[in-house]
Ligand binder design. Structure first.
Ligand code: 5RP
Length: 221
């Protein structure tokens, strides 16, 4: 079993009958959705929402009952991946471009469990370029404003065309170097017109389940 699958399957043990569950996005969340699907087919009774069109499709294929947001008042637990996490469970997310939906869903969950392989755990955030979701309108000016904040921003592409999020926006991948003060940077980014949100998740994760090369799993709180 690979490290991502190990972490994901351990985290799915926290899912209990009757819970309302947020389904994350990415190659680690994939394993969690697969495992939840297996448990649903074995009789687990849950309701779920997805953080991306890709995860919604996978959940449907797995037979996981998805409910519209207006028919569910918040969530008990969300299980999602991360691109980087530190000791305080500050995160960089958005490598898959789903950061906005992921943050909305995490905010409305009683608990967010992060699942990751050991390579995602860092001393300080910032090696992974911070994804910032920006609106297409005047994006050139928003990119300049990001540079003034100290970033080296690059609009994400799929090789040829600009990457468009599920919300119709662009992602600016921003190299800030080591992020010494994540909460401050988060606030500065949110204050920029044109920025919808950014991949810094501060104070949202309660637990991280990390899969290791040697086949063990550790849980951080
Ligand atoms: C998507 C995300 C993912 O959780 C993050 O990119 C980690 O992905 P993976 O599990 O594939 O490494 O934030 O927006």
């Amino acid at each position: 079993m690979n490290m991502k699958q190990l972490a994901a399957e351990k985290a799915v043990e926290y899912v209990e009958d009757g819970m309302r569950i947020g389904l994350g996005t990415g190659s680690t969340a994939y394993w969690a959705i697969r495992k939840i699907g297996e448990r649903v087919r074995a009789g687990l009774n849950i309701q779920a929402v997805a953080t991306s069109k890709a995860s919604e499709k996978l959940a449907q294929e797995e037979g996981i009952p998805l409910v519209p947001f207006d028919q569910i008042a918040g969530l008990d637990l969300t299980i999602d991946g991360a691109d980087e996490l530190d000791r305080e469970l500050h995160l960089i997310k958005g490598g898959g471009g789903a950061l906005l939906r992921e943050k909305i869903v995490a905010y409305h969950s009683k608990e967010l469990i992060i699942i990751a392989d050991e390579s995602k755990f860092v001393d300080k955030l910032g090696s992974f370029p911070l994804p910032v979701e920006i609106v297409p309108f005047a994006n050139e000016w928003t990119m300049e404003a990001l540079e003034k904040l100290g970033a080296k921003p690059m609009l994400r592409t799929d090789g040829e065309r600009l990457f468009i999020t599920d919300n119709g926006n662009y992602i600016a991948d921003c190299r800030f170097g080591v992020i010494e003060h994540p909460a401050e940077l988060h606030a500065q980014l949110l204050a920029l017109p044109g920025v919808v949100d950014n991949g810094l998740f501060i104070g949202l994760a309660a637990r991280a389940v990390i899969g290791h090369q040697d086949g063990t799993v550790t849980v951080m709180t």
